[in-house]
Each structure stands twice: as structure tokens, then as C-alpha cells.
Write a protein of this length. Structure first.
Ligand SMILES: CC1(C)Nc2nc(N)[nH]c(=O)c2N=C1O
Length: 159
């Protein structure tokens, strides 16, 4: 059983509802338990000219292998109408494997830890909300990354 952290994002077609639907699907994955979910956070797109994003992070305990989990996440994205037009374009749903246990994976389909996560407040703050004492595979404490990444521009949605 590995603890995986999943980044969720959406900026099209009722983003908060897209994330709620995706979380329900994550809870149904085989050999997987949805352990905890952060609040929803709203922020401007890192790339301008797109609608604001709604993001969250979920913690899973899973017996799926990393690539099988990736396949399952991509099936959920497609099931919610994710069209993969442009690489950084707006999307109904984005599910990223941020961390997979303490594994460091560098394969064509999958890089874990997610290569941009240390730069993204919309990943670090929801992650810290559910895993404050997390240490990344390279030994760096999440708190250190958080200190280097300002919260500014992030809006936490209270339930
Ligand atoms: C286009 C890009 C980089 N910008 C984002 N910006 C925000 N705020 N949240 C995202 O999830 C997100 N995802 C992306 O893929």
C-alpha cells in the first residue's frame, strides 16, 4: 500500500463541481482508499488568458502501481470530458500524481515528484493542509517549500 497525493485542477464547466465529481471517482478506484481531501482553492491561471482555476489535493492509499494509477486518473479526466487540445490550455479536469510514496519516478509518461509542484502555491498549500509534516523523497520538508512560495493570489474556499 502506497500513499499517493493527487493534484486536482479545473477551470472550465463549473470547476468546483468538476472537482467534486472527480473526488467521488477517486473514492471508487479499485484497491484504493481516499484518505483525505484539502479545501478548494481558487487562483488566477499561471498562464494568463484563461479562466481562474479551482484546485485541491487528495491523499490516497493504493495498491495500484504508479502507471496503473495514472491510467485510472486519465480515464477519470476523459470521463469528465477532458479534451486534450493545447498542452497548457484551459481544461475541465486535470489530475496529477504529485507524490507516490517515497518513489522518484522519471519515465516518459510519468515524473514523480511532479516537476512543477515546488513552484505552485495552488499545489503546496492544499498539500500542506492535509499533510503538514510531509517530507519529499529528496528529504526536503514541505514546510521549506511552503516558506519559499508566497500564498498571495490564492483564495481558500470555506465549505
Ligand atoms: C495552465 C496551468 C500551468 N496553470 C494553472 N494555474 C492554476 N492556478 N492552477 C492550475 O491547476 C494550472 N494548471 C495549469 O496547467
Amino acid at each position: 500500500m502506497e500513499r499517493a497525493y493527487i493534484g486536482l485542477g479545473s477551470n472550465l464547466a463549473e470547476p468546483a463541481e468538476q472537482l467534486r465529481q472527480a473526488l467521488a471517482s477517486l473514492a471508487q478506484l479499485p484497491a484504493t482508499r481516499l484518505v483525505s481531501v484539502s479545501s478548494l482553492y481558487v487562483s488566477d491561471s499561471l498562464l494568463p488568458g484563461q479562466p481562474r482555476y479551482t484546485n485541491a489535493v487528495a491523499a490516497l492509499d493504493t495498491d495500484l502501481q504508479a502507471l496503473a494509477l495514472l491510467d485510472a486518473l486519465q480515464a477519470i479526466e476523459l470521463g469528465q470530458g477532458r479534451e486534450r487540445h493545447e498542452r497548457w490550455g484551459p481544461r475541465t479536469l486535470d489530475l496529477d500524481i504529485l507524490l507516490f510514496g517515497n518513489r522518484q519516478i522519471d519515465e516518459p509518461r510519468l515524473r514523480v515528484p511532479h516537476s512543477q509542484m515546488h513552484l505552485r502555491a495552488f499545489v503546496l498549500y492544499p498539500l500542506a493542509e492535509i499533510a503538514a509534516d510531509l517530507q519529499l523523497p529528496d528529504g526536503s520538508p514541505l514546510s521549506t517549500l511552503l516558506a519559499a512560495c508566497p500564498f498571495e493570489g490564492l483564495e481558500r474556499l470555506t465549505p
